[in-house]
Design a protein around this ligand. Structure first.
Ligand code: FRU
Length: 506
C-alpha cells in the first residue's frame, strides 16, 4: 500500500452518481414486501446501521449502502433522520469512497458529538489486498470525518492505521467519551486469526493510542468480531459483537454469523471483567451488526440489521434488499438484556381492536384479520390452563396455504417462529425460551410487508425474521393444535400500523 492513503477525489460527484443509481433502481422497485414501518433504503442493498446519534434535534441513522444493485458491493453511507423515532425522513447520501484508504468501501462506524458541537464520524476505510476481492484479505484502517450539519462531511483521513501487515480484518470503530478521554473499540482478527476487540484512547479525537485488547473470543474458530460496541447499563458494562466463525449448537447460533453480548464490569484504564454468559441479541433468522446509541433522555437504544444471509433472497428481484429492525430500548434484566420497541413506536398504531379473551377448541383456527399489510399484535397465552400442544398465530397467511407461524410449543416449552410453508425465501424455524415464565407468556408481534418481529415476555427475548408472503390477501389467524383440550388466550389486541415515512418515495 504505497499510495498516500489520504489522497482525495471529489466526493460530491461520487454521491451524485450514487443517488442516480438509487433513483434508477427505484424506477423498478416492487413494493410487495417493501417495509412500511422499518427503515430501509429507497432502493439498493443495505447492511449495518452506522453513525447513530441524536444531533441537531434529530435522530440520525446512517447505514451501509450499495447504490448500484441489490447485492453487497462498493460501500457508501446512506442516511435517514427522525425527530421522534416515529416518522423518518430520507436524507441525502452521506459518504461515498473518495480517499485512497477507502477506495474499495466506506465501511461501518459510529458518530459522536465533539465538544465544539460538531459531529465526528469514525469509520473504516477498506481496500482489498489483491485489488479485487477478499481472497488475499483486507487492508483496513480507521478514518475520521467531521460534519456541522450531519449532511455534509469533511474527511480527515486515517487516524488509526493497521499496525501489522498480517492482520486481515481490522474494522468497525465505535467511539464514546468517558470523563475527559475518548475511547474507541473495533474488531480485529489477530495474527493467529482469533476474534478480538481492541481498545484505543485519545485526548483530542485525532491522535489515538492502543490501550489494550479489551475482549478475546473464547472460541478459536471465531476469527473475527464485527461491529463491536461497548456501553454502560446501570452499574454494568456490556460488550457486544457480531461473531464470524461460530458453529450452531442446539437452539443457539443457528445463523451464518451471530450477534450477541456479554455483561460485566469495566473501569477506564482497566480490563473488562465478564460476569454473564454470551447471549444472542435476537434469536430470529435475520439479525446482525446492531449498533447502540444513547438517546437524549438517557435511554440506550439499539438498531439491528435484518441480515438476509441465506439464499434465496427474493427481495433482491424487487430493486431493494435489507431493512433495520425496529429501534429497541435496551435495559438490564438480571444476567441478560431486555430489548423492546421504543415506546414511541406505539404511536403508529391505528384501528386497534380488542379481541380477547378467547377460548380455542382443539384444532380450531379463527381468522382474526382478512388482510393485513402491517400489524402490531399483543397476545397473552395462559399457560397454567393450556391443554393444546401448540397455540399461536399464522401471519402472512395467503390463499395458497403459505404462512409464517408464531406459536407456543408445549413440547419444547418455547416460542417457535416457523417459515416452513413460505413460498418465497429461505424456510426453517427458530425458537426462544420463556426464561422461567411458566404461568403465562406475553407475545408482541410486529408484522411488516416482508418481516416479522416477535418480542417474548416484554422483550426478554426477541426474534426477527424475513417472511415474504405470496400474492393476495395476507390473513392473520389464531390457531390451537392437538392436545387434551382448550387453549386460552387471556388477552389479544390487533392494531394496524401507519407508515414511518414522512413522505412517499418518488
Ligand atoms: C458487517 C460488516 C462490517 C463491515 C461492513 C461492510 O456486516 O461486514 O464488518 O464494516 O459490514 O459492509
Amino acid at each position: 500500500m504505497n499510495q498516500n492513503a489520504n489522497e482525495q477525489t471529489d466526493m460530491t460527484a461520487q454521491l451524485e452518481k450514487a443517488q442516480a443509481g438509487i433513483d434508477e433502481l427505484f424506477q423498478h422497485r416492487n413494493d410487495r414486501w417493501y417495509p412500511l414501518c422499518h427503515i430501509a433504503s429507497k432502493a439498493g442493498w443495505i447492511n449495518d446501521p452506522n453513525g447513530l446519534i441524536f444531533f441537531k434535534g434529530r435522530y440520525q441513522a446512517y447505514y451501509q449502502l450499495y447504490p448500484y444493485g441489490t447485492k453487497w458491493g462498493l460501500m457508501h453511507w446512506g442516511h435517514v433522520s427522525s425527530e421522534d423515532l416515529v416518522t423518518w425522513r430520507r436524507e441525502p447520501l452521506a459518504m461515498a469512497p473518495s480517499l485512497e484508504a477507502e477506495k474499495d468501501g466506506v465501511f461501518s462506524g459510529s458518530a459522536v458529538l465533539a465538544d465544539d458541537g460538531r459531529m465526528v464520524i469514525y469509520y473504516t476505510g477498506h481496500r482489498w489486498r489483491n485489488g479485487v476481492n477478499e481472497d488475499q484479505g483486507n487492508f483496513q484502517e480507521q478514518c475520521m470525518a467531521v460534519s456541522d450539519d450531519g449532511i455534509h462531511f469533511e474527511k480527515k483521513g486515517v487516524v488509526v492505521p493497521c499496525p501489522d501487515d498480517r492482520i486481515l480484518h481490522f474494522r468497525d470503530p465505535k467511539v464514546w467519551k468517558q470523563g475527559n478521554r475518548w475511547y474507541m473499540v473495533f474488531g480485529v482478527s489477530n495474527v493467529e486469526k482469533r476474534g478480538e476487540i481492541w481498545m484505543y484512547t485519545s485526548q483530542d479525537m485525532e491522535h489515538w493510542s492502543f490501550d489494550r485488547v479489551i475482549y478475546r473470543h473464547p472460541d478459536p474458530d471465531v476469527f473475527m468480531l464485527e461491529c463491536p460496541d461497548m456501553f454502560p447499563v446501570e452499574d454494568k458494562w456490556v460488550i457486544c459483537y457480531s461473531a464470524m466463525g461460530t458453529k450452531p449448537h442446539g437452539f443457539n447460533q443457528r445463523n451464518h454469523n451471530n450477534a450477541g453480548y456479554v455483561i460485566g464490569t469495566w473501569q477506564p484504564g482497566g480490563d473488562f471483567h465478564q460476569e454473564s454468559d454470551f447471549h444472542l441479541w435476537d434469536l430470529g433468522q435475520n439479525y446482525y451488526a446492531p449498533q447502540t446509541m444513547e438517546a437524549p433522555d438517557g435511554r440506550r437504544l439499539v438498531f439491528g440489521w435484518m441480515s438476509p444471509f441465506t439464499e434465496p433472497i427474493p427481495m433482491q428481484d424487487d430493486g431493494w434488499c435489507g431493512q433495520f429492525t425496529l429501534p429497541r430500548e435496551v435495559t438490564l434484566a438480571g444476567d441478560h438484556l431486555r430489548t423492546r420497541p421504543v415506546a414511541e413506536f406505539s404511536r403508529l398504531r391505528k384501528d386497534t381492536r380488542d379481541l380477547g379473551p378467547i377460548d380455542l377448541d382443539v384444532n380450531e383456527t379463527r381468522t382474526l384479520v382478512e388482510d393485513a399489510r402491517t400489524a402490531d399484535i399483543e397476545m397473552t397465552i395462559d399457560l397454567d390452563r393450556n391443554q393444546a400442544e401448540r397455540v399461536g398465530l399464522e401471519v402472512h397467511a395467503t390463499q395458497d396455504g403459505g404462512h409464517t407461524m408464531v406459536c407456543y410449543d408445549d413440547q419444547l416449552g418455547r416460542i417457535v417462529l416457523d417459515r416452513h410453508s413460505n413460498t418465497y425465501g429461505d424456510r426453517g424455524y427458530r425458537t426462544a425460551p420463556l426464561d422461567g415464565h411458566t404461568d403465562q407468556v406475553k407475545l408482541r408481534i410486529i408484522l411488516d410487508q416482508g418481516s416479522v418481529e416477535v418480542y417474548v415476555n416484554d422483550g426478554l427475548e426477541a426474534m426477527s425474521s424475513y417472511s415474504f408472503p405470496s400474492d393476495g390477501p395476507r390473513a392473520i389467524k389464531l390457531f390451537s393444535e392437538s392436545g387434551e383440550g382448550q387453549a386460552h388466550i387471556s388477552s389479544l389486541t390487533v392494531s394496524a400500523l401507519d407508515t414511518i415515512w414522512e413522505t412517499p418515495d418518488k
